[in-house]
Each structure stands twice: as C-alpha cells, then as structure tokens.
Design a binder for this molecule. Structure first.
Ligand SMILES: NC(=O)c1ccc[n+]([C@@H]2O[C@H](COP(=O)([O-])OP(=O)(O)OC[C@H]3O[C@@H](n4cnc5c(N)ncnc54)[C@H](OP(=O)(O)O)[C@@H]3O)[C@@H](O)[C@H]2O)c1
Length: 259
C-alpha cells in the first residue's frame, strides 16, 4: 500500500474551507479549529458582526455575509472561496434554523425558512461546489442532529428533524454518487450542545438552561456538549488519515442517542 500522505520537499498549500453558519456556535468553533491547523476558511452567515467576531484575531478567516436562502448564494460562496483561496477542499454545511412547533400549529413562513435553510440550501451549495471539490479530492461535511437518528420521533420539532433526516439520506447518496470523482461526503450529528440555537428559535435562555439541566441525567457522558466537541470531529474527518470514512453519519452526543 502506498501512503499518499507521505511528506514531500514542498509543504502542502493551505486548504480552502467553507463553513456555513460560521459566525456562531458550532460553526464558529469549527472555523477556529480549521484555521488553527493552518487552513484558510470562509465563514458564511447573514449577520456580519458575528462573522467578524469569528475572524477576529485569527489569520486566514474570511467572512461572507450572505443569506443561504438566496438563490444567488451558491455562486457567491463558491466564487468567493475560489477567488480568495484558489481551491476548495472542504465544505461544511452547518447553517440551520430550528423550529419549535407541532403539526397543527405550524407557521408556513417558519417552515419554509427551515426547509430552505436546512435542506435546500445545502443541496444547491454542494451541487455548485462539486467541480472545485473534485479538482482537489475534497470533503463535504453535513451537520446533522443526533436527536433525529434512526427511527426516533422528535415531537415538537418534526420539521427540523425531517430536514436532518433528509440531510443524512443525502450524505449517504452523495457519498456513492461522488466517490468516482474523489469527493467524500460525511456527516456529524451533534447531541445537545450549548449554543444559542434554541434561543434563536424563540426559547427564552432561562428555559433553555432548565431544559439542558433536565436532560443531564439522560446523557451517559454526564455533561452537555461544547461546540469544540463537535468541531474536533468535523476537522478530523477531513484529515488525510480519515480518508476511508465515507457516507457515514457520526453521532457525537455523549451516548445520548444510544440510550
Ligand atoms: N446546538 C445543538 O444542541 C445542536 C444539536 C444538534 C444539531 N445541531 C446543528 O448544529 C448546527 C449549528 O448549530 P448551532 O447550535 O451552532 O446553532 P447557531 O449558533 O444558531 O448556528 C446556526 C448558524 O446558521 C446561520 N444561519 C441560519 N440561517 C441562515 C441563513 N439563511 N443563511 C446563512 N446563515 C444562516 C446563523 O447565522 P445568521 O443568523 O447570522 O445567519 C448561525 O450562525 C446546525 O446545523 C444545528 O442544526 C445543533
């Protein structure tokens, strides 16, 4: 067996990475983890000031304020990455919105935004990214959710769960479709991670803290996750040593989903 990661006289050029939703939470920790290993990172989101916070004090992080629901977003993201980095090695489809509602009480506008951001946007962005990813044998990492793995129901967040189950199906399917082009597609499914995602969806912070505390006894690892717990897995799956992982959805949830 030959080792394709063997060192040569010339160091590898820095990789080009796109992290959607890189202004906050798991996306910010992921952007930092890529930048800290020497990659060049484009963070994408709607809010310019959170993106700027992510980039602050770190070389190699570029920001692109864009709404991924905009039909022009895929071109804008890929063209910016290619202009800034000259290559696209990793696409992390992380941006998402969560909704709290049950069938019968759904707000059509919220449902549309959720499906567009969580499912349609990664589909169209990944399709746009195929050629540059193929040119360097790149990797797509979809951020799923451990709460909707397997045959689980997710009462109160059914539309959100459906978008994540859809992303898991696409992860497997794209892995098979894109393997001949040298592109890998994997997913990381976080468990409960302390971010502002629920607050953004309308839950008061105190109520979210109470929810996290109430879940603690059910998490075998004994704690709620930190964004860095997820970021490590995202980066590691894109490393040369991770090259045999393909089409897999990795749960990173302190064993919550297997209880
Ligand atoms: N935290 C958890 O417990 C947990 C559990 C399972 C899975 N996840 C998944 O982990 C990922 C990151 O979530 P998080 O917890 O870090 O939450 P978060 O802080 O709310 O991150 C979501 C990011 O997506 C961006 N975003 C949302 N809609 C967008 C749009 N239309 N266009 C561009 N950017 C958009 C947001 O930025 P702007 O608002 O500035 O656009 C934000 O930075 C998500 O896929 C989520 O489903 C989280």
């Amino acid at each position: 067996m030959t080792d394709s990661s063997a060192s040569t006289d010339r160091p590898d050029p820095p990789r080009g990475v796109v992290v959607t939703g890189g202004g906050t939470g798991i996306g910010r920790a992921t952007a930092h983890a890529f930048a800290d290993r020497g990659d060049r990172v484009l963070v994408v989101g709607r809010s310019e000031h959170t993106l700027a916070e992510t980039a602050k004090g770190r070389d190699g992080i570029h920001v692109l304020p864009v709404d991924l629901a905009d039909p022009a977003a895929p071109d804008a993201v890929v063209e910016t990455a290619m202009r800034e980095f000259g290559r696209l090695d990793v696409l992390v489809n992380n941006a998402a919105t969560a909704g709290f509602d049950s069938l019968g009480g759904l707000d059509p506008a919220v449902v549309r935004a959720e499906v567009t951001t969580n499912l349609l946007a990664p589909i169209l962005l990944t399709q746009r990214a195929v050629e540059p990813l193929a040119a360097v044998g790149g990797t797509v990492v979809n951020i799923s959710s451990a709460g909707s793995l397997g045959l689980r129901a997710m009462p109160g967040s059914g539309v959100y769960a459906a978008t994540k189950v859809g992303l898991d199906a696409l992860t497997r399917t794209w892995a098979v479709e894109l393997a001949p082009r040298g592109i890998r597609v994997v997913a990381v499914a976080p468990g409960l991670v302390d971010t502002e995602v629920a607050v953004r969806a309308g839950m008061p912070r105190e109520a979210y803290d109470e929810f996290l505390a109430s879940m603690l006894p059910r998490i075998p690892s004994g704690r709620v996750g930190e964004p860095e717990d997820i970021a490590w897995w995202v980066v590691t799956l894109t490393e040369a040593g991770g090259r045999y992982a393909n089409g897999v959805v990795v749960a990173v949830d302190g064993a919550l989903s297997v209880t």
